[in-house]
Design a protein around this ligand. Structure first.
Ligand SMILES: Cc1cc2nc3c(=O)[nH]c(=O)nc-3n(C[C@H](O)[C@H](O)[C@H](O)COP(=O)(O)O)c2cc1C
Length: 189
């Protein structure tokens, strides 16, 4: 019989949400998500992450535009298609974005930040929020406005913005998970 467990259900039910209601999430909800990020594992317990809470639509719009300008130059059909779509906003209208930056000098800060990011996505699902992992943000930091964004977002010196997540109330209910690939486990006993 399959083990039934709330955490396992949350992991299985989490989907990337790409449509949000305008209403802002509560501070309690935000704090719960942040705390889940803070409790992620990190290499040698360096906890070398920094979280920026972005709730300013104007700045979100600017980052989206800069990021799309950079994505247009990539040799990747999927990214180019998104970047050339005027209606595409990298944050899908979410009222809150968390940018996860990692300390450049740390041992494996990108991996630590990925663990924190996933923890926050799961926490969001656990408390009924919609969320999506957004890689697009980092493209804006490869644009000519990179320094401007670093200052505006007060990213600490020596940290690089690696990932981000959108957060908000889901506008649409989640669909089933895409099928899982087969034959990816082997046992050695
Ligand atoms: C490293 C990483 C970067 C991602 N970047 C984006 C992104 O920029 N925009 C987006 O809409 N989804 C992004 N996603 C979400 C994936 O598209 C999504 O997880 C995948 O399609 C599986 O769908 P699911 O999350 O609903 O299971 C990213 C996911 C990961 C792990």
């Amino acid at each position: 019989m399959m083990i039934k467990n709330e955490t396992l259900s949350v992991i299985k039910n989490r989907r990337s949400i790409r449509a949000y209601k305008e209403e802002q999430i509560t501070d309690e909800e935000l704090q719960a998500v942040l705390e889940a990020g803070l409790y992620a594992p990190s290499a040698m317990n360096q906890q070398c992450w920094h979280f920026t809470i972005l709730q300013n639509k104007e700045i979100m719009d600017q980052i989206s535009e800069s990021s799309k300008l950079v994505a247009k130059t990539f040799d990747n059909e999927h990214l180019q298609k998104l970047a050339n779509n005027e209606k595409f906003h990298i944050y899908y209208g979410a009222p809150t974005v968390i940018i996860i930056s990692g300390e450049e000098k740390a041992l494996m800060s990108d991996v630590d930040c990925a663990a924190a990011t996933e923890n926050m996505l799961l926490a969001a699902e656990a408390i009924g929020l919609g969320a999506c992992w957004i890689n697009f943000t980092r493209f804006a930091f490869a644009s000519d406005k990179a320094e401007h964004y670093r200052k505006t977002l007060a990213i600490p010196e020596g940290y690089s913005p690696f990932y981000s997540i959108t957060l908000g109330y889901k506008k649409v209910e989640t669909l089933n998970a895409p099928p899982r690939k087969e034959n990816i486990v082997n046992y050695v006993k």
